[in-house]
Design a protein around this ligand. Structure first.
Ligand SMILES: *Cc1c(COP(=O)(O)O)cnc(C)c1O
Length: 392
């Protein structure tokens, strides 16, 4: 399927980063006027935004509601944790990268009880491990999981995590920041109480707000739980139900841009088509990079269609900062890696890009290597030993 792309026209580079990302010209153009936050027109925009996001859940969406929250994605994660985990509750936080650890840190700030399972840089938390921990600790009320852990690009096994959680009678909260809109999360197939995502990831809007999608029963139960006035999901929800307005100044231009992005998402064919374009982006880019000798951190079973981590080549002339600058010269902004054991970098597959752009990315990488005098992009042996820890 060919997606109706509307690439940058202003000569700016492609952002191969997982948000902010490359948005369409139409999305940017939507920000060229002002809206009164109390005006009916803007209230209708907020209403449409919530309805369209909810519709993305598919079957079972009727039990849920959508609450937009000002701020970056982290604000929405904090709002979710503080609103749905009772003050006397206890969370099991599953981490395999920076975002899982950030959720644990948020629990620390909130002063709420939690246990952290830290799987390191990328090993996935599995259903049987979750089941074992929950069986041993009856005080745990909630499991917090990261859908796509953007720091390595791994797509975590959210289905088995959900099964283990509900088999033990606990509740699941999902940070689906970098996956929602491209990877299905149908409540009829995967059970959970709430998820969060933000404007500037797979829906391809600009940064400025996040949103919580939660079961109405959980939203009702969240009253009075939050530690924070501005991050209180129940209060924002109740106010929107009553007045149609955000409680505090909304990012009006970001909302306008987001509506254009939502319509483009629908026109492309919704979650399945968006996910298919990103998967194709990944497949074309990874195949090309592998031909150059690059190796991915993850084997194919765990590669998300969102972002891919590559090991830096072992060649002595390879320096990431120089590679970054050469790629930027050619119109592509890459992303440094976050692995602790070996050097790595990341290439995002999301945003207004298709496989033709991804082929140019590979060409640019080949040319950059040549300019650096790197004739072999293979990683050091230790990188491959590291990868061998990951079961297929
Ligand atoms: C982007 C992202 C966030 C939020 O990051 P912000 O910088 O606060 O927008 C949270 N979790 C995951 C998995 C993400 O990819």
């Amino acid at each position: 399927m060919t997606a109706p792309l509307d690439p940058p026209k202003l000569g700016e580079p492609y952002l191969l980063t997982p948000g902010p990302l490359t948005t369409s010209y139409a999305v940017k153009e939507a920000m060229l006027r002002d809206w009164g936050s109390w005006d009916d027109d803007f209230r209708a925009m907020t209403r449409e935004l919530r309805t369209r996001l909810l519709a993305m859940l598919g079957e079972g969406a009727g039990d849920f509601d959508c609450v937009p929250m000002q701020g970056s994605g982290t604000f929405a994660v904090e709002a979710m944790l503080a609103s749905f985990i009772p003050r006397d509750g206890k969370a099991l936080v599953l981490a395999n990268g920076a975002y899982g650890k950030r959720s644990a840190q948020t629990m620390e700030y909130l002063g709420r009880d939690f246990v952290l399972v830290d799987k390191g840089d990328y090993l996935p938390p599995r259903g049987d491990e979750v089941a074992k921990i929950l069986a041993e600790d009856p005080a745990i009320t909630h499991v917090v999981a990261i859908h796509c852990e953007t720091s390595s690009g791994i797509l975590n096994p959210i289905e088995e995590i959900s099964q283990a959680t509900y088999a033990a009678g606990r509740k699941l909260l999902i940070d689906s920041m970098s996956a929602f809109g491209a990877i299905e999360l149908k409540p009829s197939e995967i059970r959970y109480e709430a998820l969060v995502s933000s404007a500037n990831k797979c829906i391809e809007g600009v940064p400025g707000f996040g949103f919580v999608i939660a079961r109405k029963a959980e939203l009702e139960a969240a009253k009075g739980r939050s530690h924070s006035l501005s991050l209180d999901v129940h209060a924002q929800w109740a106010n929107m139900a009553k007045t149609g307005q955000w409680r505090f100044t909304p990012p009006t231009h970001v909302v306008a841009a987001f509506l254009v992005a939502l319509k483009a998402h629908e026109a492309e064919g919704g979650v399945a088509a968006r996910g298919a374009r990103y998967a194709r982006n990944r497949d074309v880019m990874v195949a090309g990079m592998r031909e150059l000798g690059f190796e991915t951190l993850l084997n194919d079973r765990w590669l998300s269609p969102i972002i891919v981590t590559f090991f830096c080549p072992a060649h002595e002339s390879f320096v990431f900062d120089r590679f970054y600058a050469l790629m930027k010269d050619k119109g592509f902004i890459t992303y440094p890696g976050k692995l602790t054991v070996v050097d790595s970098f990341r290439v995002g597959c999301i945003g207004q890009m298709d496989e033709h752009v991804m082929r140019k990315v590979v060409e640019a990488a080949a040319a950059s290597l040549k300019e650096m005098g790197v004739d072999d992009a293979r990683p050091p042996a230790i990188a491959l030993e590291e990868r061998a820890k990951l079961a297929a």
